[in-house]
Design a protein around this ligand. Structure first.
Ligand code: ADP
Ligand code: MG
Length: 321
């Protein structure tokens, strides 16, 4: 299989055909029609084998997660995803691997109505780079910088299960098989909160997706907004699996580890009733965990009232380099 056959057989044939794609895969570049009155929202994320996923990870999990982390970035902006491009570096043109990869990738793209419109393919160490684009009505993107003292802090879903999944893989934690499967699923197949992000347009004052852990990512919101915050640890949304091992693992997996891909957002008090009226539409769940304060810094408050210090602030690729 040569490069052109690979592109034709695996990437040019795909389930989603959008009317706003004038020219997709096959020319020197794509030609796209953004809707009038909207702003383009563009993001990119790269997954490197051995860094972002263990070598030997199932190809479907790689394809799924490469797109999921990009979708999560658009979700955090409140954007509606439309198109993506794929830069793929592969050690060999292994058809079994490519089939699995495409199943994971297009299995997630389809339900979100996302079309692959181009990319680049080279031989090299396994690396997957995706760039994604979507829209927001002009001026409605959810930024990190809008949080104000008095705003409530919310998160979607459950925190920390992906970290428990990684601990299981590293044999730092033992769980019964059904629970092991559930946390591994959360690590390998996070559900990007795209519809939740769209619902937060016009409601949230700031928003971010939790990729590096609550402390690190909420920290970015606080820095961009020039504010501080207090979080009630007892209010953190923990899954039944997490609750069962909380005495053993503590708070760290929920606050200082990455890969949850939930949204963390802030909400002005006067919009609280609007959000609560819509809460049932957030199928993943919604939890108020704290409040934005004028005093700088992030305070994690234990049920006893004392302040908890996590053992690290999230993942930094260049720490100590
Ligand atoms: P060029 O040499 O002009 O960059 P390529 O041979 O790299 O052309 O790509 C040919 C076409 O295939 C282009 O439309 C490109 O966007 C598309 N393409 C290449 N690799 C991928 C990929 N991994 N996923 C999707 N489209 C791809
Ligand atoms: Mg090229």
């Amino acid at each position: 299989m040569n490069e052109f056959e690979l592109i034709r057989d695996y990437f040019a044939r795909q389930p989603v055909r959008r009317a706003d794609v004038v020219v997709g895969i096959g020319d020197d570049a794509a030609v796209l029609d953004p809707p009038a009155g909207c702003q383009l929202v563009v993001s990119t994320d790269m997954l490197v084998s051995g860094v972002h996923f263990p070598e030997g990870t199932a190809p479907a999990a790689v394809g799924y997660k490469a797109l999921a982390v990009n979708l999560s970035d658009l979700a955090a902006m409140g954007a509606s995803p439309a198109w993506f491009t794929l830069n793929l570096s592969l050690p060999s043109a292994d058809s079994g691997w490519l089939e699995g990869f495409c199943a994971g990738l297009f299995g997630l793209a389809g339900p979100f109505g996302l079309q692959l419109v181009g990319g680049d393919t080279t031989r090299g160490p396994l690396t997957v780079g995706i760039q994604i684009a979507g829209f927001v009505p002009r001026g409605q993107a959810l930024l990190r910088s809008g949080a104000q003292p008095g705003d409530s802090i919310y998160v979607t879903g459950w925190l920390g299960d992906a970290a428990l999944g990684l601990m299981c893989l590293r044999q730092e934690l033992r769980l019964p098989e059904a629970e092991w499967d559930r946390v591994l699923q959360r690590l390998e197949r996070p559900v990007p909160r795209v519809h939740e992000g769209e619902m937060l347009r016009g409601l949230a004052s700031a928003c971010i997706d939790i990729s590096d852990g609550l402390v690190a990512d909420l920290g970015h919101v606080l820095e961009a907004s020039g504010a501080g915050a207090s979080i009630e640890l007892a209010a953190l949304p923990l899954s039944p699996v997490y609750q069962a091992v909380r005495d053993q693992v503590g708070w760290n997996p929920a606050v200082a580890r990455g890969d949850d891909y939930e949204l963390c957002f802030t909400l002005p008090a006067q919009r609280q009733s609007v959000l609560e009226a819509q809460a049932a539409r957030f199928g993943c769940g919604l939890r108020r965990i704290g409040v934005i304060e004028a005093q700088p810094g992030l305070r994690l408050v234990e049920p006893s009232g004392s302040v908890y210090r996590p053992d690290r602030q999230g993942y930094d690729h260049f720490r100590g380099v």
